[in-house]
Every structure is written in structure tokens, then in C-alpha cells.
Ligand binder design. Structure first.
Ligand code: NAD
Length: 296
């Protein structure tokens, strides 16, 4: 049994912490939300009133926070993680954040003598609850090897993507592809509708032809061809459009910083921005087809 401190017990962090508890670890948690702390206690965890107390006796700290600012703050402020953990504590940040923040926190952790990985996830709340997340991990070989047994409990696939920040790099590159591909599939269905081509026919043809991609065959944005996709249940997420916009913005922030040309990534980001500004951020990201049809 390992003493794990878990900070950020929201939609993702809550079920991830529960899986560590179920695997026999002692999980002490802190969150700004009273409800999140109450849920941890019900699941058999220990609640604490601040970060310093939660991490003091921990062998491993896991964080699952909203954005880069929260992660910098939680790790680097005086009452935060780095100033209060014991030497040799393993640090795992699974939040999806900008690469610069991930590298800045990893560098501060390394200076303080800690092993740290950035380990963002894909798989959503369903994967978090089922313990089937995919972890994309950035950090040294030593840090990856130390983190893997814990990531194996919370996930099914754990990939070492390279040095510090490379987990975040993998996550935003993947989701930039996903955002672009989803819009391309939606545009094709909208054009097919105008041309009198049946949804199922386009699906049957393109799913075995060169237009095939995950957005078509695993997440089809129109109801019918794939009964499991969010299109069949009123576009309830799934993966919310607001989350896709967050990841696309991170990809564009990184592209600007590195001078990478990503014109389709920029366009996908602008379209999701427009869609979310119309008040649709809580719908699944495949529902952007409704904006392309001028329905919303
Ligand atoms: P959430 O808003 O449900 O949870 C975040 C939690 O962090 C909240 O409970 C909040 O109170 C807590 N928090 C904020 N500041 C804190 C602080 N200073 N100290 C302690 N707790 C603090 O968000 P979520 O859906 O769980 O997402 C968490 C991360 O996972 C995000 O970076 C998100 O992009 C990423 N992610 C989410 C999904 C998803 O489907 N929800 C999928 C993949 C990745």
C-alpha cells in the first residue's frame, strides 16, 4: 500500500482516485469543492483541508486540475506541493495543460529533487470510472518507470512519449487531428445531404474507402450508422465541445510559440470557438455539424 495524495477530485480526478483506493492504496485528497471531498470520503479516502497537509506524508502525488495556471499554482506556491512534500516523492500531473507550464513545473520539481511526469489522458469520464484511460507520459525513463504502476491502475494504455512536456505535446497534437477530422466528416455529411446522398450510403462507402477515420467509424456525427455515437442521443457528451476548444487553443498556443504552421488547426479552433460562443459548449463536439447546417 502506498500513501497517495490526490489534488483535484472533479469529474475525472474523483473516479481516478476511487480506482487507486479500490487497488488498496491510501488516498488522501484535497479539492476546493466540498462535494468532491465528501465523495472521496464515501469511497474510502481521507479528506484534508489544504494542499500542504494532504501531501506531507505522501509517497506519490497525483493532480487532475483544470488548466496550466492551476497546476503552476498548486505545485509552485509557498503552501503548495513542492514546498511541502518529503524528498523523493513521485509527482504525476494528469491535467491537460500547455506544454510551457508542464515543462516549467517539471523543471522546478527536478530542482527540488523530485521525480515528475506529465501524464494527460484520453478516454473521458467513462474511461476514468472504468480505469481504461490512455496516459500519454512525458518525463525521464526513471520517472516513467516509477509512475507506471499507478497509471496502470487508472488506465489501460500507458505510453512514454519522451521528456518533460511530451505527454502534453502528444495530447494536443492528437486532439488537433481529431478536431480537424471531425469537422471534415461533418462537412462531408452536410454536402452529401445537399447532394441527395443517404447518410448510411456515405458511411458504408467512406468507412471502407480513403475518407475513413476515427471521427467517421468510431464517432459518426449523424444518427443511424453507428448506434453508439453521441449523435444518437441528442449529442450528449461524450467529449464536450468546450473541452475540444480548450485543446485546440492549447495546440494553437504551442504552434505560435514554436512557429509551426497549422492553418487547419487554426480554422478548427475558430469554428469551435464560434460554436461554443453560441452557447453549445456542453454538447458533444460532433454536434458542430448542426452549426455547419446553419441549424444553430
Ligand atoms: P473538473 O472541473 O470536473 O475538476 C477539476 C477539479 O479541480 C475541481 O473539482 C476543482 O474544484 C479542482 N480544483 C481547482 N483548483 C484547485 C486547487 N487549487 N486545489 C485543489 N483542487 C482544485 O474538470 P475535469 O473534467 O475533471 O478535468 C480535469 C482535467 O482533465 C482538465 O485539464 C481536462 O482538460 C482534463 N480532461 C478532461 C476530460 C473529461 O472528459 N472531463 C477528458 C480528458 C482530459
Amino acid at each position: 500500500m502506498t500513501a497517495v495524495a490526490f489534488l483535484g477530485l472533479g469529474n475525472m480526478g474523483g473516479p481516478m482516485a476511487n480506482n487507486l483506493i479500490a487497488a488498496g492504496h491510501e488516498v488522501t485528497g484535497f479539492d476546493l469543492s466540498e462535494e468532491a471531498l465528501a465523495r472521496l470520503e464515501v469511497a474510502g479516502g481521507i479528506r484534508e483541508g489544504d494542499i500542504a497537509t494532504a501531501v506531507r506524508a505522501a509517497d506519490v502525488v497525483v493532480t487532475m486540475l483544470p488548466a496550466g495556471g492551476h497546476v503552476r499554482d498548486v505545485y509552485m506556491k509557498a503552501e503548495g506541493v513542492l514546498a511541502n512534500v518529503k524528498p523523493g516523492t513521485l509527482l504525476i500531473d494528469s491535467s491537460t495543460i500547455d506544454v510551457d507550464s508542464a515543462r516549467a513545473v517539471a523543471s522546478a520539481a527536478s530542482e527540488a529533487g523530485m521525480l515528475m511526469v506529465d501524464a494527460p489522458v484520453s478516454g473521458g469520464t467513462v474511461g476514468a470510472a472504468a480505469g481504461t484511460l490512455t496516459f500519454m507520459v512525458g518525463g525521464s525513463e526513471e520517472a516513467f518507470a516509477a509512475a507506471k504502476p499507478y497509471l496502470d491502475i487508472m488506465g489501460k494504455t500507458v505510453v512514454h512519449a519522451g521528456g518533460a512536456g511530451n505527454g502534453q505535446a502528444a495530447k494536443i497534437c492528437n486532439n488537433m487531428m481529431l478536431g480537424i477530422q471531425m469537422i471534415s466528416v461533418c462537412e462531408a455529411f452536410v454536402l452529401a445531404e445537399k447532394l441527395g446522398l443517404d447518410h448510411q450510403k456515405l458511411y458504408d462507402i467512406s468507412s471502407t474507402a480513403s475518407g475513413q477515420c476515427w471521427s467517421l467509424t468510431s464517432y459518426c456525427p449523424v444518427p443511424g450508422p453507428l448506434p453508439t455515437s453521441p449523435a444518437n442521443r441528442g449529442y450528449q457528451p461524450g467529449f464536450a465541445a468546450a473541452m475540444m476548444l480548450k485543446d485546440l487553443k492549447l495546440s494553437q498556443q504551442a504552434a505560435r510559440a514554436e512557429g509551426a504552421k497549422t492553418p487547419l488547426g487554426a480554422q478548427a479552433s475558430a469554428l469551435y470557438q464560434q460554436y461554443c460562443e453560441k452557447g453549445n459548449g456542453d454538447f458533444d463536439f460532433s454536434a458542430i455539424i448542426e452549426m455547419l447546417r446553419n441549424e444553430v
